[in-house]
Design a binder for this molecule. Sequence first.
Ligand code: NAD
Length: 336
Amino acid sequence: MLHVGINGFGTIGKRVADAVRVQPDMTVAGVAKRSPNFEATIADDRGYDLYAADGREPFDEADLATAGTVHDLIETSDVVVDTTPSGVGAANASLYAEHDTPAIFQGGEDPDVADVSFNARANYEKAVGADTARVVSCNTTGLSRLLAPLRESYGVEKSRVTLVRRGADPGQTGRGPINDTLPDPVEIPSHHGPDVQTIFPDLDIDTMGMKVPTTQMHTHSVNVTLESEPTTEEVTSLLADESRLFLIPETLGIDGAGKLKEYTRDAGRPRGDVWENCIWAESITVEGRDLYLFQAIHQEADVVPENIDAVRALSERTASAEKSIRRTDEALGVGR
Ligand code: NAD
């Protein structure tokens, strides 16, 4: 059993902990938090040992038992998943090195925080046995999962993507916009293209970003110029075979992220999470060598299975991406 510590128990951390808990080969060593807020009480209810990231006193005052400090958690873990806010992960890197504990960082950190930027479908093998990996951001994960099979089957000459991004996560009450449509970032290309190139260094990709007043999901408008000329049916069939791509059938009547989230809540998914890229099947269109499609990405969820695979890669539990992805997906319910 791999003992996995989670440092930072917020939007991503609590989902990663719950995903670790259902894996047959992993257990949650504990979670580190700074404050005894509602998420700390949830961790306690779930039976996760709580470790204090910033001193135990606030937890004592809130009557929440702590098992030790973040140093104790790192020492007792085989792998730590750092899910602290952007920038804090980089500051924590020396802690993991000090304890000689392999660590996984998130996409809010710069690529140089880790030995490898990671996406299970695209470059699992590069992280096998590494000391550190960075699971790329939700948007980069979504694009890497899509581009990997396209590159393998048809070759990609050029990708152009407009990312229509949610203004905030549901819990981020201080963010917006609440009544505007922003070019964001206004610079072109946006940072997303270079981030995808941390996974595919030779990829030609231009990205433009926008922010809109929704908390549901990101939506990507994708145009890929391929090196060969498959039919729309061939591309549809290729993408349908990918376990982390869900092709939304027209018959479901899902016209946007709102209904997608409603669908996964109705299906009983934890927190209504959508771990897969959701591609509108009828949007898949090939004209000559140009492929067009729309996909929605649930920012809070798509990186969760990737973190599980990164744990397996770093700990060298399996050298096979396919095996790890299948194991993760079966345990979590991805694709069901
Ligand atoms: P979050 O703010 O929801 O959660 C971070 C948690 O870490 C909070 O509970 C915070 O109190 C805690 N924390 C802060 N400083 C800490 C410290 N020193 N030690 C331990 N815990 C500390 O953030 P998030 O959305 O989960 O993002 C975490 C990382 O994941 C970031 O790098 C982010 O860019 C990346 N990410 C976020 C999303 C998303 O949409 N939320 C998607 C993909 C990747």
